[in-house]
Design a protein around this ligand. Structure first.
Ligand SMILES: [Zn+2]
Length: 368
């Protein structure tokens, strides 16, 4: 399970509804706790979740305000009590000396949960059963199936937290192949097979637009209204680029994972690279780190391996004879003075990267 948290922008009416729901949930929590305490004191017996849940219809008949709350939200309150109690007894069993479950004041009760149904997210609008519809700031898209929705009150406002089931690992048959992968400067990456992965055109276009938006911000007067506007445009472009890039990363990582059992990459010092002005590609280098992270996660999920190898001289050394051929970043071709090999510098580097991984562990494959 993975959690996604978004800030809510409730209307005044909905904010009141959220407040009163939270408060009634707290009341129910305290009442349920009271019942458990009393039962234990008088009869020595414990009250179960089901004992308490069975009373909910009765309570609803007597209390119109409680009946105006989604029934699963109420059940979740009782489950919280149940969990608190289980944890308490477990610690007792372990011989620890836990504090008895406490009544909750307003300062100590912050959230309620829709454990299955009663909520619906469409675009940036969240409909909550028995409460109403509320806009949220969808700062990143939800990936996967939403299992539960928790509404939370914080000092800085209302939030919702979605618990999302992460995508199950797909089964991918083994290929018996391994590859080295080198970061590109003109292209996104080059494989030791010679395959070049280009940066998609839409991403380059979005990046250009981002640069323009950046320039517009710096031209506007500080503190002015126009600058504020430009900043908002810039923030939107940033988000767009980030989303598109992540999308591209996931697709590319899937392709690579499908094709190779083992992928070798350079162990780049990303922070160091960004500082290096000769590379002046700060953003893309940082992005490379993100890509490797995504690739590693997918690899782990699918039982594949991503190996990080020392990065020194991978683009200088000849991948055929080992001769060190010094070249500046501007030189895009590796021309070996030892064995006459002529090959694109990134392709040469990718083969070296695979070779190093092969020496680190026996990567069960042929080096290409
Ligand atoms: Zn050579």
């Amino acid at each position: 399970m993975k959690a996604y948290k978004y800030k809510l922008k409730p209307s005044k009416r909905v904010a009141q509804q959220l407040d009163s729901t939270l408060n009634l949930c707290r009341e129910l929590y305290n009442a349920a706790l009271q019942e458990r305490r009393d039962a234990y004191r008088t009869t020595g017996k414990s009250v179960s979740y089901f004992d308490q849940a069975l009373q909910l219809p009765e309570i609803k008949v007597e209390r119109a305000d409680v009946s105006a709350i989604h029934s699963q939200v109420l059940q979740d309150v009782l489950r919280r009590i149940d969990r608190t109690y289980s944890a308490f007894f477990l610690r007792c069993l372990k011989g620890q000396n836990p504090g008895f479950p406490r009544f909750k004041s307003r300062d100590r009760y912050h959230s309620f949960t829709y454990p299955q149904t009663g909520f619906k997210l469409v675009g940036n609008k969240l409909s909550l059963s028995k409460i109403g519809s509320v806009r949220l700031r969808l700062s990143r898209p939800v990936e996967g199936r939403i299992k539960t929705c928790t509404i939370k009150k914080q000092v800085d406002g209302w939030f919702c937290v979605f618990a999302v089931e992460e995508n199950q690992c797909p089964f991918i048959p083994r290929t018996g192949e391994a590859a080295g992968l080198d970061v590109g400067i003109e292209s996104f990456a080059t494989l030791s097979t010679g395959e070049v992965i280009e940066n998609p055109r839409y991403l380059r276009k979005a990046e250009r637009e981002l640069k323009i938006a950046q320039r517009k911000v710096s031209k506007k007067k500080r503190g002015g209204r126009n600058r504020k506007k430009a900043v908002r445009v810039l923030a939107k472009k940033h988000l767009k680029v980030a989303n598109q890039r992540r999308d591209f990363f996931h697709k590319t990582a899937n392709q690579i994972i499908r094709g190779f059992d083992c992928v070798a990459v350079e162990d780049l010092n990303i922070a160091g690279l960004v500082k290096n002005p000769s590379l002046a590609k700060g953003i893309s280098d940082a992005a490379w780190g993100t890509f490797i992270q995504i690739l590693s996660n997918k690899a782990a999920c699918a039982g594949r391996r991503v190996l990080k190898v020392p990065a020194a001289f991978t683009s200088q050394d000849c991948s055929r004879c080992g001769e060190r051929v010094k070249k500046s970043l501007a030189v895009r071709e590796h021309r070996c003075i030892g064995c006459d090999l002529v090959i694109h510098r990134d392709h040469n580097a990718a083969i070296n990267i695979l070779g190093r991984a092969d020496r680190l562990v026996r990567v069960n494959t042929v080096t290409r």
